[in-house]
Design a protein around this ligand. Sequence first.
Ligand SMILES: NC(=O)c1ccc[n+]([C@@H]2O[C@H](COP(=O)([O-])OP(=O)(O)OC[C@H]3O[C@@H](n4cnc5c(N)ncnc54)[C@H](OP(=O)(O)O)[C@@H]3O)[C@@H](O)[C@H]2O)c1
Length: 221
Amino acid sequence: MEQGIRSIGILGAGRVGTAVAREALKARFEVRIATAKPVEDIALIVEIITPGALAVTAAEAAQADLVVLALPLHKYRTLDSAALAGRVVIDAMNYWEPTDGTMPELAGRGSSEVIQDFLAASHVVKTLNHIGYHELEADGCPAGSPGRRALAVAGDDPDARGRVLAFIDALGYDAVDAGSLAAGRALEPGTEAFAGAHDAAGLAGALGRHAASGAGSAAAA
Ligand SMILES: NC(=O)c1ccc[n+]([C@@H]2O[C@H](COP(=O)([O-])OP(=O)(O)OC[C@H]3O[C@@H](n4cnc5c(N)ncnc54)[C@H](OP(=O)(O)O)[C@@H]3O)[C@@H](O)[C@H]2O)c1
């Protein structure tokens, strides 16, 4: 397994969480899924929608080699920061006003930076937010395929970023290193990178143009 990654814990069993679960299972990872509900409430749905994955508690999901946050952004304060301490945590969440309402803490900041503040002892890495859940299952293909779709990876810890880059490649996507978590603002809704599908060169170009525009603090680490 890539960089010693064997298990993926997913917090959220909605559209994104279950799509990531199915793709991770295809790539032969061990997948554990949790929501805020008791395990018995999601066990049957997990068995039917993501056969091969294990329904677990959020604390158990947090013990996986990589943990994916796939819950509505405004619910981030319901996460157990102690359980996630020391873990590599992929933030696949986006701010979506009709769902998330007003979140004053996002003013002038990237949403993943806010998550990193909350999960201060975790290594937060932003990716998987800029692909639709339905595309995630359709667009992946083996390394070296012509025009392979790319996804960018942003995070402040180089080792954590490296592990997530390997995971993204295993899921079937070229992985583009976007640098720091602040640089990950270039992946948020409304950006060129967020809109549409890009190959690695196209995505790198979009990230570069975002940085050059001075939007947010998009300078790569
Ligand atoms: N839809 C897309 O194509 C897409 C693509 C990329 C990123 N995103 C982003 O990904 C996030 C999830 O979107 P979605 O469409 O998958 O949402 P969704 O279908 O509403 O699913 C959200 C899931 O999160 C669970 N949840 C809530 N609080 C939780 C907690 N503390 N711990 C664990 N699970 C918890 C919910 O279960 P319970 O409430 O039952 O616990 C539910 O299973 C959003 O931020 C969205 O913007 C969406």
